[in-house]
Design a protein around this ligand. Sequence first.
Ligand SMILES: [Zn+2]
Length: 249
Amino acid sequence: MRKSGTKPSSFTARVVFWRALGFTLDMKCIILLGSPGSGRSTLGRILAKRWDLPLISTGDLLRTSAERIGPVARAIRQTIDSGNLVSDEMVNHLMIGQLGSPDCADGFVLDGFPRTATQARFLDGYLRKAGAGEPLVLELKVSPEVATERLKSRLQCVACGRVYNSKLWPSGHPGYCDDDGMPLVQRTDDREDSIMTSLRRYAETAEPVVEHYKNKYYHELDATLAPGSLLEIVEGILEPKQAARLAVA
Ligand SMILES: [Zn+2]
């Protein structure tokens, strides 16, 4: 696999060129599964930074798309406002737009996608067409009790969307984002009644997705571990040779 670090600016352009010629690429596609409160977004950010990959969060993608003008944005807004899940068709449509962008040419980290077996099959088809190998699927396992406790203290930056936890990983200045100094707020879906609904909904929809990937490149992670320990585990999975060398040294 290609090592991370600073990549030449022409790299993406070269990848696009290779792809146009039908070459098979060693794309790093990481899928994160885990209930709300499992720390999925936090780990997503860490992995994206570590391997210099774009992080694509379905939640953020839907929120940004809903703010636009036009029939698609209006349909998404209405679905979100009514508390329903956005259809597979709509989510897949939005995803295609993201995954097809040049910065995704050497891989990506997916947070919140695929959420259903239909979306997983759609992604399989996309990756096959892109000439990519099997995605690495990481499922963060956490009990509903721990997840609820975490969600109650979760805060998100109004500007960049970075997620904090006032108890577990607070920002340097309480109430403000470390990256841009903007205020942190509690999301409406993090209030107690919404938490119960979203955990129940996740349990129902996640099972077929986990089944879809279970016999593939799939790993379970203990979500109660610190983000740093989780990163070490993922490094061991993605770069086993390098990890073994470090262990010997
Ligand atoms: Zn921020």
